[in-house]
Write a new protein. Structure first.
Lengths: 318, 416
């Protein structure tokens, strides 16, 4: 009897895990939030092509300005989410900013997932010099806060784009804390009896890592990916917030910057300072919609990651 | 007995080399980590923002500068900024403030997060209210943790300003902060650093006393220790006659011309606490969830051990190690968060003061870092990154020693 064939009759652990995840309410809510955000992002070109068509000067997310109003304004018929201090339509800037923000978060998360699983499981399984190399590099990178590096680079290199930022963040996080966490998880998986059983049954290292270890590591990798996605999102927003990137670039971070920091009219002299005036100048719709969008993206990541971890590892479920 | 039995002294002597060897190994590993880290950072920064060669001799190649840098680092010299100042001096001027806030906010966040995490996760169960509280705590923690820090600060400053200013006048403090400090004989920075250190000591004593009291099995005392320590601090401040100044620092500072305050360091601590406690809470909840269905919990319940003791003495002890490890893994991100918050409290509250004279507290590491980034001052940026790495490395070494003292298996089992 060929013992090696036995596992083949079982359903693939990866698709089985996927089905288990989808059964979790958290995962389904998280995925719905993702779909909602993607829908909002997709609405931008549609709105530009239909309702805002031919009104480039008013509704452009970068240069739009409605001359008839004194900005910022609250929600109105012409501007559903109002306008910001520079006179741009908030709905337009928001929908325009969502796609790049999602791109940054998802890209960073994918890079981290890939790097941490590959290097973490390889280090734990093979031990020896591979382990030493992965942990030394991981230790060094985990002492280096990615946000600060992104900030330094973002200011130093004007051509540094959002995709570059996401890749750099993913690299620093994935080779650093990500790989270390997955390695320590993989170490405890390697010591489980079923790995020995698989070895005795004649499975090679590649097969053991893929079908025996990976299902146990994926949920933890998911949590790492969540951390990286949220981290990259906030870091890039912070670079935009500082105005470090290209001046014309519109993003969630620069929406908040514009709402808080750009005050169109300074009061004349200290004596005539008026609190009421000042309060009115904050672009509340811009501020809150950008903040809400970031929190929603983060919440979607959290729900999917934690929900799938709970679904796959029943012990954490209660 | 004057003479111990040979067996016993052998055993005692035998156990010491194990601990010392372990510590030595860890310290050596940390040194290697540091070297690898500095090499990576040096060449990363060199590749990303090249050193301005005009300020040094034309013959200075990258490799020569690298050797110089490493030799300087061994002496504690981080080189010279483009402005000619010593980078070491620049950083150590601003580091204590950041460290103080990091430690104070971090300890408070740990206490709050671990308490909430334990309570919320343990109560999850058949009771509907418990689940709702759990969901609510998660939502609040998540929103604060993922909220863009500048936005959080802005909301804090915006909505906190008026209540704090009226509280200020209700306490009889003048609108001008300078009046409060005029005849005090010390300035605000001195008060902050003294008060911060005192608070830190009080918190540490409280933490130690709490765990001691818990070990004795007293039920009420652990809950009282922290309020007692804080009350003792308040009494001490009042007795020392610096109450007015302390209140001034605690509430918004008021500037001379306009009745609008710039941010106070207390605001930084509050914001940092809000951002950081969620992380600790999540880690504790995950840890408790991992352990709550273990057999020993059932055994303890069967023995009729009170529920809070099962939670705090049986489960929490098994959870604390992974929690420590994960919390320390989060430190770089919390430190980054703090630097963003520091920056925003200064800049954000100055933006709010609308061109009025903006007197803000001399900030911590963020001031040094951001002005260096603005000026593309490579040596200072490199220095800040190296010092941050060094700080995190020292914290990690402390964590490792704590882990060993909590769990001898790590030492006996060798490297993991």
């Amino acid at each position: 009897m060929n013992v090696d064939r036995a596992p083949d009759r079982l359903p693939s652990p990866i698709t089985g895990t996927g089905r288990q995840m989808l059964r979790s309410l958290k995962v389904r809510v998280g995925l719905s939030v993702f779909v909602l955000l993607l829908g909002d992002a997709a609405a931008h070109p549609l709105l530009q092509a239909t309702i805002w068509n031919g009104q480039e000067s008013i509704y452009s997310p970068e240069t739009g300005h409605d001359r008839d109003l004194e900005h910022p304004t609250g929600p109105s018929g012409a501007h559903v989410l109002g306008t910001d201090a520079l006179g741009r339509d908030v709905l337009s800037t928001l929908t325009f900013s969502l796609a790049p923000a999602l791109q940054v978060a998802v890209l960073a998360a994918l890079v981290v997932g890939l790097l941490s699983i590959v290097f973490g499981s390889l280090a734990a399984y093979s031990r020896g010099w591979i382990d030493v190399a992965v942990t030394s590099v991981g230790d060094a990178f985990s002492l280096l806060p990615p946000t600060i590096v992104l900030l330094v680079v973002g200011v130093g290199k004007p051509a540094f784009g959002m995709i570059d930022a996401a890749l750099l963040f993913g690299l620093l996080y994935g080779l650093g804390p990500g790989a270390l966490v997955i390695r320590s998880r993989a170490l405890s998986v390697v010591e489980k009896p079923f790995i020995d059983a698989a070895r005795v049954a004649g499975s090679g290292p590649g097969r053991i890592i893929r079908s025996q270890m990976l299902p146990h590591l994926l949920p933890y990798a998911g949590v790492q990916m969540m951390g990286a996605g949220i981290g990259a999102l906030i870091s890039v927003a912070f670079i935009q917030y500082l105005g470090a990137t290209d001046e014309s670039r519109v993003g969630l971070g620069s929406m908040i910057y514009t709402a808080i920091d750009v005050q169109p009219v300074l009061p004349t002299g200290f004596g005539s300072f008026n609190m009421g005036d000042f309060h009115a100048r904050i672009g509340w719709t811009s501020l809150l919609s950008a903040g809400l969008a970031m929190t929603l993206i983060a919440a979607a990541f959290y729900l999917v990651a934690v929900g799938s971890r709970d679904a796959v590892i029943p012990r954490t479920r209660r | 007995m004057a003479v111990a039995s040979p067996e016993l002294s052998d055993r005692v002597a035998g156990s010491h080399p194990g601990v010392l060897a372990f510590l030595f190994r860890r310290a050596a590993a940390s040194l290697i980590r540091l070297v690898v880290f500095v090499v990576i950072v040096f060449f990363l920064i060199e590749a990303l923002i090249p050193y301005d060669n005009t300020s040094v001799g034309p013959g200075d190649s990258v490799s020569e500068r690298f050797v110089d840098y490493m030799l300087g680092l061994a002496r504690g010299d981080l080189g010279q900024s483009y402005g000619g100042a010593s980078v070491t001096a620049l950083i150590f001027e601003s580091l204590p403030t950041t460290l103080l806030i990091f430690a104070t906010g971090g300890i408070l966040a740990y206490l709050l997060g671990s308490w909430l995490g334990r309570i919320v996760e343990w109560r999850r169960g058949p009771i509907e209210g418990g689940r709702i509280a759990g969901g609510l705590a998660t939502a609040v923690g998540l929103v604060l943790y993922t909220m863009f820090p500048p936005l959080l600060i802005f909301l804090l400053v915006h909505f906190g300003r008026d209540p704090l200013l009226s509280a200020r006048s209700a306490l009889g403090l003048p609108t001008d902060s300078l009046v409060v400090f005029r005849d005090a004989g010390f300035d605000e920075a001195q008060l902050i650093s003294f008060g911060g250190r005192a608070l830190l000591v009080a918190l540490l004593i409280a933490v130690i006393a709490r765990s001691g009291a818990r070990r004795m099995g007293w039920r009420l005392l652990p809950a009282l220790v922290l309020p007692a320590a804080l009350a003792a601090m308040v009494v001490a401040v009042a007795r020392l006659g610096v109450g007015r100044q302390a209140l001034d620092v605690f509430f918004f500072r008021s500037s001379r011309e306009v009745e609008i305050g710039a941010g106070s360091p207390v605001l930084v601590v509050v914001a940092f606490l809000l951002v950081a406690f969620g992380e600790v809470m999540f880690v504790w909840r995950a840890g408790i969830a991992d352990e709550r269905s273990e057999d020993y919990v059932l055994t303890a319940r069967a023995k009729a051990v009170p529920e809070f003791l099962v939670r705090d003495r049986h489960v929490a002890r098994n959870v604390v190690l992974p929690v420590l490890a994960r919390s320390f893994a989060a430190l770089p991100f919390l430190l980054t968060g703090l630097i963003i918050i520091e920056y925003q409290v200064q800049i954000g509250s100055c933006a709010l003061s609308q061109g009025a004279e903006c007197v803000y507290w001399s900030g911590g590491l963020s001031t040094t870092l951001f002005s260096a980034v603005r000026n593309a001052d490579t040596p200072v940026i490199l220095g800040v990154l190296v010092v941050m790495g060094l700080l995190l490395l020292v914290l990690r070494l402390v964590a490792e020693i704590a882990q060993v003292s909590l769990d001898p298996r790590i030492r006996l089992g060798g490297e993991r």
